[in-house]
Design a binder for this molecule. Structure first.
Ligand code: NDP
Length: 332
């Protein structure tokens, strides 16, 4: 079968495309311009005509994906703005929500052969900031960030604007699917990861060109940070495990209609410094000081283990080893 992947030139999507091609799927990658496809053409040249590109300049435009969905068997909608420097909340919310609902509309109208639409949502659509540590499940919804952006507008913290964009986009998607269930022949699935780290195969010639989450990772491992900062963290997953989950949802019939948390566990930055190989280029912090940290945002990934067979995740040691080897190979 053939799979449409939106935002194909991004960090996560590049690994998803590779995973799909390796599994034997053909892939149509949607990018914003011809130039954004140049690196991908090189990267996936060995797959011949199993990999093709389509240019979709503006995902928020009405009917943006009408052409792209024709003739594909499944869709992985991964494009969405991921940056922590938004001015107006709508800078993120409009492309996130309209891009997602637009994809579903196009699939409904013109995706005659589509059987499943997968959205890369986020733990941002699940978590709420609460006074006590919590283990979130697929039943949880972030209604807090959307409320806060209404109250605070452009003064809301950047992370709140991003979280609101993901929560509103996922909510709008499930509402669309529910409202149109009599007219659609495909089912819908979301994958909800926390922070995604790992080596990059998309176009990242310099550390400055990294996407936001791998740039944060690079900064935290290589630049000095205060002891307090090293005690902050979140939950995480390796991009290669996340890509595997995107393949498994297409291979697992009973995944239809599900939301799946995909998480390897919690960290504070000191844990990453401890997990990384010995190198004069890397910070040390205070080794061991992360082990008593209290983790507020934890995720129960047992549904993905049960339904998708996502039972094993890369460890921090493996991910840190592979990421630092990747930097070394680039001469960083
Ligand atoms: P990247 O920034 O590497 O990729 C984002 C992709 O979306 C790029 O292809 C980008 O295109 C495209 N995109 C962004 N805004 C627009 C827009 N307005 N119109 C068209 N295309 C757009 O980020 P990631 O790979 O990290 O993120 C991919 C997905 O995963 C997103 O949906 C994100 O919310 C989700 N996610 C990411 C997490 C992480 O930790 N990285 C965690 C949880 C979820 P271009 O290159 O042209 O800008």
């Amino acid at each position: 079968g053939k799979v449409l992947v939106s935002g194909a030139n991004g960090f996560i999507a590049s690994w998803v495309v590779r995973g799909l091609l390796e599994e034997g799927f053909a892939v149509r990658g949607a990018v914003r311009s011809i130039e954004k496809g140049v690196h991908l053409r090189k990267l996936f040249a060995s797959y011949g005509d199993k990999f093709e590109l389509i240019v979709v300049p503006d995902i928020a435009e009405e009917g943006a994906f009408d052409e792209a969905v024709r003739g594909v068997d499944a869709i992985e909608h991964i494009a969405s703005p991921v940056h922590l420097h938004a001015g107006e909340p709508d800078d993120l919310i409009i492309p996130a929500v309209q891009g997602t609902v637009g994809m579903l509309k196009s699939a409904m109208k013109y995706g005659k052969s589509v059987k499943r639409v997968v959205m890369t949502s986020s733990c941002a659509a699940v978590l709420q900031v609460e006074p006590e540590p919590k283990i979130f499940t697929e039943l949880d919804w972030n209604t807090q960030s959307p409320r806060e952006v209404v109250e605070m507008g452009r003064d809301a913290p950047a992370i709140t604007k991003y979280r609101a964009s993901k929560a509103l986009a996922e909510r709008a998607a499930w509402d669309f699917v529910e409202q149109h269930k009599a007219e659609i022949d495909w089912d819908f699935v979301t994958i909800n990861p926390p922070y995604v780290f790992g080596p990059t195969i998309h176009d990242t010639p310099t550390p400055e060109s990294l996407n936001d989450t791998t740039k944060i990772f690079h900064t935290m491992l290589t630049q000095p940070a205060s002891p307090d900062k090293l005690q902050t963290g979140n939950s995480w997953v390796d991009v290669r495990d996340l890509a595997r989950a995107h393949v498994l949802v297409l291979l697992t019939v009973q995944a239809g209609g599900g939301r799946f948390l995909i998480s390897a566990g919690e960290y504070v930055w000191q844990d990453w410094l401890d997990a990384a190989p010995d190198s004069p280029k890397l910070q040390k912090g205070v080794p061991g000081a992360g082990k008593d940290a209290v983790h507020f945002l934890c995720y129960d990934a047992s549904k993905a283990a049960r339904v998708l067979g996502m039972t094993a995740y890369r460890s921090m040691v493996e991910t840190a080893r592979d990421v630092t080897a990747d930097w070394e190979a680039r001469g960083w």
